[in-house]
Design a protein around this ligand. Structure first.
Ligand code: 26V
Length: 825
């Protein structure tokens, strides 16, 4: 049905006021008429809902305005397709960005409600695993801030990332239920729903003009229903939409089946349909290889493309201009099937010929790679794709034929290089490589740090890079300084504003002015006082959750991130064991008191990662309770790491552990958050650490360990780690203690295999980096003993962080990949 043209000057309601009085009366009104509660009986959750609805109204005013502006100007729209958006809480972010935090606080106070309590009541939207999902959330906020008309597309999982609890030091996974109290931020858009097909077959259809075209006849259909959340940028300048899809059966009650007497069958079928969006896959590297995951990927890709094409047709009536008006960014390969799906829509539905469709597709898509870990590179069995998505599989074959043809034409590729280029992996059972598909269907392929992008060219995509030079580029990650400095660290924000004025909040490059205050003792003392207050607050969290008392005057040494062998929490805990034994054997020495804070989730099926959590907890139990340690070393594992816990931990960190095996961490973004909050980094030359070193200078960061080149060299030579262990008495002793059961008397063999791996292959270079790491930790101790030096370094970290703002990253995507203008660019 043709859509009515938009009337862009239709009336709008009057803008909502931002004063305390207006907010107060509206909160009461929302509580009464939208939540349906009398204030005398209202519960905290009712107040939270009323407050969110009140704040939301202010955002909606700007949302309408932003969307009208996009229709009016017909600027290019950006679509960010991501299977994960790790948003966390939205209310504080929204209030802070539109500048109503204090009036809302005052309004609630008049009802005897504490804003801080409400903020802590809001559940985290944990629709992601880790770095990739959090990056998508930072990007959404930055795209609104730099005024890019952008839409995020993803899945509205009913259950986000599992809740982690500890049972005797082991991780247990419990379901997460963020929607339990409803979600006042979202708008269900029943009118924006699309049918998504699965299975079936492909049929030739005769056209009236005598040509034939192919048509996919799916065996099964689902409905994708849109849920929209407004994402507001800094100072409320622009509001964009995060559109998450929810799966529903086409016929919600399957009445025919039900009435025919198959009651259970009818209900089962309808819940099977909804299952597609029920839970987030909790693995962030090992491919589940499961059909449901592929269904999720196609489901949200197809819904998003149908929506994009519909909106484009509504505005322009013709798909020929698609790549002029639309840029689609693929967040890793998870939405890579979109490339085949767009080709199908263009060719089979809109009758476009192959060549222009392929050209348009490449001009529309960009692909971001987030990992080189071989086990995290997605591939799908050819048979599964043929069964689930028969037409898309035909298109993939046709794309592959085109690519291989171009490679042969160019010449100079060996058979093994051709095999490496191919979209089909022929080693063993045949599989489609989604990375290769995403690469060939995009005009831009980017890595997420300078080192990572270089490694993409040298390793994973070396042959595709030769065939299609200039496509690989770098976009070093960033984080939003609103959430990761202004909101999570109000004390530091106030201090900086007092010193250099508040303008840095609108232009983070002004933070560099702090450099000249870095050696000022008064400023250092103030900086230290802010850090100490944050540490007192974290110490309270540690006491409340774990019953462990830690001193805010000790160094807070923090490693928080997903638990993974390449991130080397094991290296950190082995060094803690070595330090423990030093403290015991040399009680006379002047040891620097440290609190080692760990937090992070392990993929449920990743045994070694779960064992590392148990080891940290086992070591904690012994060290924290040994009187000989005299409180000089504490080890703490905070359960259920999530965005909100990160916001409490990071402002309290003195030392940031970024110690991955060089070449394995694509970028890291936690590293940037710690830097912003004035922690000093101990790290390897990996991911974005390399660029942090450039920004902050070698005097303000502690670097150690093998470089990526050296790691590769040692692996190629299959060099044995034994000599590193033999050469280091401290390491040998710590390993022997762990593997002989000193920390696991109830099960002395618990860590034998884990530690055995270090003697055997040591793939992650834990043994071979140990001495360098331990020496770097002693350098850190020395710095801590010179507080003037320490705080000058800490201040310089904050001073030089602005390049790691996701505003900078997004502006580069906009200019260099999407071709859209940005504010201040
Ligand atoms: C891969 C897979 C494989 C199939 C099973 C499910 C699944 C889920 C996620 C992933 C991708 C993991 C890649 C990832 O999170 N990379 C991280 O991206 C961050 C943002 O660019 C970056 O800072 C981290 O260094 C990188 O590890």
């Amino acid at each position: 049905m043709p859509q009515k043209p938009l009337v862009l000057d239709a009336p709008v309601p009057e803008r909502r006021a931002l004063t305390t009085e207006a907010l107060q009366s509206e909160i009461l009104e929302k509580l009464t008429y939208s939540v349906g509660k009398d204030p005398i009986v209202a519960r905290p959750h009712d107040w939270l809902k009323a407050t969110i609805l009140t704040v939301r109204d202010r955002i909606i005013d700007q949302w309408m305005e932003s969307s009208r502006e996009t229709w009016r100007t017909s600027n290019k729209r950006v679509y960010y397709l991501s299977l994960e958006f790790l948003i966390g809480r939205l209310m504080r972010d929204a209030m802070s960005n539109i500048g109503v935090m204090e009036p809302v606080r005052a309004a609630l106070k008049n009802f005897n409600v504490d804003l801080g309590d409400l903020i802590n009541l809001e559940p985290d939207a944990a629709l992601g695993n880790g770095g990739l999902g959090r990056l998508a959330a930072c990007f959404m906020e930055s795209m609104a801030t730099v005024n890019i008309p952008a839409y995020g597309y993803g899945i509205r999982y009913v259950h986000g990332l599992f809740r982690q609890e500890m049972s005797e030091g082991w991780q247990v996974e419990l379901p997460e239920d963020w929607l339990a109290h409803g979600n006042p931020w979202e708008f269900e858009r029943r009118e924006s729903s699309y049918e998504i097909g699965f299975g079936g077959h492909v049929e030739p259809v005769q056209e009236p003009d005598g040509t034939t075209r192919l048509e996919w006849r799916p065996a099964e259909h689902l409905l994708a229903v849109a849920f929209d959340t407004p994402i507001v940028g800094w100072r409320g300048k622009r509001v964009n939409t995060l559109r998450l899809w929810s799966a529903q059966p086409i016929d919600p009650i399957l009445l025919d089946k039900f009435n025919a007497g198959d009651h259970i069958g009818a209900l089962e079928e309808s819940s099977r349909a909804a299952a597609v969006t029920r839970v987030l896959y909790p693995a962030d590297s090992t491919p589940s290889g499961q059909e449901l995951r592929l269904r999720q990927e196609f489901f949200f890709s197809s819904a998003s493309l149908q929506d994009i094409v519909r909106r484009h047709m509504q505005a322009y009536g013709d798909l020929g201009s698609l790549s002029d008006k639309v840029a689609i960014q693929l967040n890793d390969t998870h939405p890579a099937i979109s490339i085949a799906e767009l080709m199908r829509i263009l060719i089979d539905i809109h009758g476009m010929a192959w060549a222009p469709a392929w050209k348009l597709t490449k001009a529309t898509f960009g692909y971001t790679n987030h990992t080189l870990l071989p086990e995290a590179l997605e591939t799908w069995p050819v048979g599964l794709l043929e069964r689930m998505l028969p037409r898309q599989m035909q298109i993939i074959y046709a794309i592959n034929a085109e690519v291989l043809g171009e490679a042969r034409k160019m010449g100079g590729f060996t058979d093994s290089q051709i095999a490496n280029l191919s979209l089909i992996d022929e080693h063993g059972s045949r599989r489609v490589r989604m990375g290769q598909l995403a690469f060939v269907g995009s005009h831009s392929i980017n890595g997420v740090s300078a080192l990572h992008s270089e490694l993409l060219k040298k390793t994973l995509f070396s042959d595709l890079d030769r065939l299609y030079p200039e496509r690989i580029n770098n976009k070093t990650n960033g984080v939003t300084p609103r959430r990761w400095l202004l909101q999570c660290n109000p004390g530091l924000t106030r201090l900086i504003s007092e010193r250099i004025g508040p303008d840095f909040q609108d232009d983070f490059s002004l933070l560099a002015q702090l450099d000249k205050h870095a050696d000022d003792p008064t400023f250092q003392d103030q900086f230290k006082a802010v850090k100490r207050a944050n540490k007192v607050a974290l110490a309270q969290v540690i006491k409340d959750r774990l019953g462990i008392v830690v001193s805010p005057d000790a160094m807070f040494d923090v490693q928080v991130k997903r638990i993974h062998e390449y991130k080397r929490q094991l290296l950190n805990v082995i060094e803690a064991v070595a330090q423990y034994s030093m403290i015991r054997s040399h009680p006379e020495k002047d040891w620097v008191p440290r609190v080692k804070v760990f937090a992070g989730k392990a993929a449920p099926g990743y045994w070694n990662a779960k064992l590392i959590i148990k080891l940290i907890n086992d070591v904690a139990k012994v060290v924290n309770n040994d009187p000989a340690v005299r409180g000089l070393l504490k080890v703490v594992f905070l359960p259920n790491y999530n965005v909100s816990l990160a916001e409490q931990i990071i402002p309290a960190a003195d030392l940031s552990e970024q110690i991955s095996t060089a070449g394995m961490e694509a970028s890291g973004t936690g590293n940037m958050k710690f830097m912003a909050n004035g922690a000093i980094t101990i790290g390897t030359l990996d991911g974005a650490n390399v660029e942090m070193l450039e920004q902050v200078g070698p005097d303000n960061m502690v670097i150690f360990g093998l470089t990526a080149d050296k790691v590769a060299e040692k692996r190629n030579r299959s060099e044995v780690p034994r000599s590193a262990i033999d050469a280091s008495p401290a390491l040998r002793q710590a390993l022997e203690a762990i593997s002989s059961g000193v920390f696991s008397p109830d099960d002395p063999n618990r860590y034998r295999d884990l530690i055995g791996g270090l003697y055997d292959h040591d793939w992650f270079m834990v043994a071979r980096d140990f001495d360098a790491y331990a020496a770097a930790q002693r350098d850190i101790d020395e710095l801590w003993n010179k507080p003037r030096k320490w705080y000058s370094m800490a201040i310089r970290n904050t001073a030089h962080v602005s390049w790691f703002s996701s505003d900078r990253t997004i502006s580069q995507y906009a200019k260099e990949i999407w071709g859209v203008p940005v504010v201040g660019g």
